[in-house]
Design a protein around this ligand. Structure first.
Ligand code: CMP
Length: 158
């Protein structure tokens, strides 16, 4: 269970939290709620709409993208990692599916309410945009990387 002491610890590991002022942190904490997921439970689905994002406080998640009908794992994320920030920042559908690997706890933030806060803390927004751009670039590369085993190669059909 996350408590205020854990939240303090989280601040030390997260760019977002460390870039906020004391009052900004308090306001962020006000729009956070603790949620938990069982192994195999889905936090978010690729293509869905939504702007809430999470910071993982316990456990780990698997991030997959659809690669011509097959799930391709692009990342495993654990404690301290952000998930769901891309849709919140880019105002786009979810870029990937995120599933709990084991028992997962997160702090979930209301995207719309964080948006107000981000307007006041442009450096935080900048950090999140950078993270989102890096992840989206990674995914593009993953999708473009050639499968030299031929297993996933595109075969032209008559
Ligand atoms: P969002 O697009 O809102 O929903 C899916 C989330 O998966 C996304 O935000 C990121 O938080 C996360 N994600 C997508 N691609 C990657 C990646 N390459 N590495 C790590 N996390 C990712």
């Amino acid at each position: 269970m996350t408590n205020l002491a854990d939240f303090d610890a989280l601040q030390k590991h997260s760019t977002l939290f460390s870039l906020l002022s004391e009052s900004g942190r308090t306001r962020l904490w006000d729009v956070a709620r603790e949620v938990s997921f069982r192994p195999g439970e889905t936090l978010m689905t690729e293509g869905a709409t939504g702007s809430n994002f999470h910071v993982i406080t316990e456990g780990s998640v698997r991030v997959t993208i659809d690669d011509f009908g097959r799930d391709k794992e692009v990342a495993r994320l654990g404690r301290g990692a952000f998930v769901g920030e891309m849709a919140a920042i880019m105002m786009e559908p979810r870029s990937a599916t995120v599933v709990a690997v084991d028992d997962v706890s997160t702090l979930e933030f209301d995207g719309a309410r964080v948006e107000d806060l981000l307007r006041e803390f442009p450096k935080v927004r900048e950090a999140l945009v950078k993270l989102a751009l890096k992840r989206s670039e990674d995914n593009l590369q993953q999708l473009m990387s050639m499968d030299i085993s031929g297993e996933g190669a595109l075969v032209e059909q008559d």
